[in-house]
Design a binder for this molecule. Sequence first.
Ligand code: OAK
Length: 833
Amino acid sequence: KHEQLSEPTLQTWKKHIVPEKNDPASIESDIVHHTITTLCRGVYNLDKLAMYQATAHSVRDRLLEDWNLTQEALHRENPKRCYYMSMEFLIGRALDNALHCLHVKKNYNQSVDNLGFSLEDLLCEEKDAALGNGGLGRLAACYMDSAATQDYPTWGYGLRYQYGIFKQMIKDGYQTEMPDYWLNFDNPWEFPRADIRYEVRFHGYVATKINEKGETRMTWEGGDKVQAMAYDVPIPGFDTKGCGNIRLWSSKPLNTFDFDSFNAGDYERSVAEQTAAQNLTSVLYPNDNHLVGKELRLKQEYFFVSASLQDIIHRFKRAKCPWKDFPDKVAVQMNDTHPTLAVPELQRILVDIEGLEWDDAWDIVTRTFAFTNHTVLPEALECWSVPMMEKILPRHMQIIYDINLFFLQKVEKVFVGDRDLLKRISIIEEGSPQQVRMAFLAVVGSHTVNGVAALHSDLIRKHLFNDFIKYYGPDKFINITNGITPRRWLYQANPDLRDLITTTLGSEDWATKLDLLKGLKKFADDTKFQSQWAAVKYKNKERLAFWIKANMGITVNPDALFDIQVKRIHEYKRQYMNILSVIYRYQSLKKMSAEDISQQVPRVVIFGGKAAPGYYIAKLVIKLINSAAQVINNDKSIQDMLKVVFIPDYNVSLAEIIVPASDISQHISTAGTEASGTSNMKFVLNGGLILGTVDGANIEIGEQIGAENIFMFGVLSDEVEDIRHNQKYHGLFMDPSLQVVIDSIQAGQFGDPSIFGPLINTLTYGGDYYLISVDFKSYLQKHTEVDETYRDKKSWVKKSIMCTAGMGFFSSDRAVCEYADKIWKLKPFKVEA
Ligand code: OAK
């Protein structure tokens, strides 16, 4: 019934494939071969892009041997598998990563050089796979890397958006958006699986039917159907034959052509269905930590969940195990609530189609799913209106009602007569219209729920899911602190530091056992090592300075302190507070004598990040940064002691250049708002210090590297509520230094002040919800402390070394192991060559 279109008969080959050879001569001939055959080009019209493509194809050939080996072995042995369901995978570029994983970069360098090109140039030709907004999507990509590297039989499931996150351009200081045409050229890193297609239904109605066993069952009929077609993206593991996979779904029309309409002369209608079906997976919704409850988005979510479950079930059925064994073969991790429709969908399949009893089905469902929460921001919590859900997914809505009813009945038995509790804990929120609280549905449908950093997990236990703990007890709610892959974020992005660490520790093992970095601690006071370390940082700053000059025409001095804040632009992340403090610094410089100015610590403040296209205030923050930059960078009187740069179109590839170049990076969210943060980990791993609030993973980073190596400031998360309450009832407190800054903006020092009115209002009439004024003083103080510390180069370098040395815990390898042990009950599955 799980309508994979046809089930071909599989045959075994009599011969085995001869593996590709990795010596430079063979690589060269493979590249030439792909140039001629795959690209149909000759040497007379070869440009960098074509050369990149030919090179990428030859690398992918090598990757595919591992892919086939892995998938074949999995097919044969059929171990338990985990499926990581995520609407976002922010992968970035694949070529450099694959070269490192396969340990063929050196030879490729030589071969490409022999052919008259530079490999580093070719790497830049690749377009980022940017199928995500920010932290949640990048985390998914890091976890896929770690799962593959550690041989966990894990697949990602997601959507193949034709347009990833938009391209950001800055015009007259404002953000403008352009579509991300990442698929305009051939994409060597995906494999269309024309034979793997499933039907997905929307709308329609619910009827009853009698099944073969004579039982009455509901059935979902009618409506519109589209097709989901699979594209596989291989995920190389580092130092292993194992190769993972992300399966992305693309929507296709079911009937490519409506011949009736066509024959009746209505050409437009005949293609209308085609267009509508294709539109489904056209574009990634560009909102980070913010829900925009559009019908198309709900359809995307169901489309994704339905195709993935059909595929998982298809695979499960091949082994002919009984249904009750499903959770012993399948673990599904839901990356936030976006895949939560998988819960009612699996229940529907089991009850309506497979004929299981409700309770047996529900037992299978709740032993299969687990849920990761990635935010506490109320505006990001998914709620879908009941009427919309009823219209698009009528049967699911009934099932959600039933899930809720049975759940509330159980709660009622324990907390007799507690009507308030029932109302608070209900999956359905009363109101007009009623809403489905997806986070609650995810909790009820999962065996385990986790937050992404210690503080965040505490907060969701205390607030968002507190009532659920009363009913389930505390064990269902755990913490797994996020991690990042050291392969991309150190090994690949920072080659000089990689080599220094490897020489110092005597092997490359740290790349897969990041705890080994602690071996650097004993060199932290070694003068020679310190100067080598400082030289690497300097070179990375030069690399970034070069990029800024070449792409933006701004000159920055690598001797200055590089102070970086790159992440999505959001009020809770407080880029606004950062630029206000920059303006404060500028005013202070302006008040100094030339002699005093020359004694200051020079600073380059670098910003980067996209604002959601509809997020007016965030876009004004970008404008203010650029307006301030314009004035500050052109003011000769401050002797280049301050420069401000807004790097446009921040993405994974740019992060790989920016992260290694930081002296200080800022992670300054209002306490309690940033669930974890992962860029904080990337910077510290590369020997950058943090200026941050007591929030998310900053706290655990401080614990690991030592409080003396991190600059922390600001109110604590458990103070925030009282402060907000006081502000509301006793009026706002405006920090005097902040007032001076605001006055200067209002006086027109940074252009037409009326532009910034709405932004300034957030601090005044708006009630300063993110507590910028409250934290401003301690923030400025920390900045002064940063300057003073930076003057002492020796102690700074020592801190920098201690930063890297203490980051072992934040490897995504550790995080994925924790998921595998505590949630998925999954064992590594080693593929032999
Ligand atoms: C995006 C959309 C909806 C809900 C959450 C997000 C999201 O990106 N959250 C981010 O997840 C990261 C990975 O866990 C965390 O590090 C960030 O703090 C969090 O904002």
